[in-house]
Structures are given as C-alpha cells and as structure tokens.
Ligand binder design. Structure first.
Ligand code: SF4
Ligand code: SF4
Length: 68
C-alpha cells in the first residue's frame, strides 16, 4: 500500500516551508502549489505537517491496540 500526506490545496498559502523541511525529497512546489512527487520516498516523519501553519498538510495515523 502506498501512503502519502494529505494535502488540502484550499488551505495552502504557498510558503514552501514543507518542501524545505522534507529530507526525503518527496515534495516540490509547482506554481505555488505543493506537489507530492516521490511518494515512495516519504518516510512519514511528519515534519511537513509540523511546519505547516495552515493545516494544509496532514500525516494521519491510526492507533491500534492489541488484545493481550
Ligand atoms: S507548509 Fe503548508 S502552507 Fe506552506 S507550502 Fe507547505 S502545505 Fe502550503
Ligand atoms: S512526512 Fe516527512 S518525508 Fe513525508 S512528505 Fe512530509 S516531510 Fe517529507
């Protein structure tokens, strides 16, 4: 399964900070819009979500509890 951050174009102000912090080269700016170019390179570090002040990028995760 391929996973990638969820991007909401309506919330993006085009600041480019997410591209700057992404150490995996998974993001780029194209015409002031974030483009997720290398999904396979995304290490799900969540840095893009942390640096995005508008909430345009999100890296959701699921908490799974195991019965013991
Ligand atoms: S950090 Fe957020 S607002 Fe800035 S370019 Fe990235 S997605 Fe858009
Ligand atoms: S979660 Fe990390 S590796 Fe993936 S796009 Fe965001 S900053 Fe890049």
């Amino acid at each position: 399964m391929t996973i990638k951050p969820i991007f909401d174009q309506e919330k993006c102000d085009g600041c480019g900070l997410c591209v700057t912090v992404c150490r995996c080269g998974a993001l780029e700016m194209q015409n002031n819009i974030v483009n997720i170019i290398e999904v396979a390179h995304c290490g799900w570090c969540m840095d893009c979500e942390l640096v995005c002040s508008t909430g345009a990028l999100q890296c959701p995760f699921e908490i799974v509890t195991l019965d013991t």
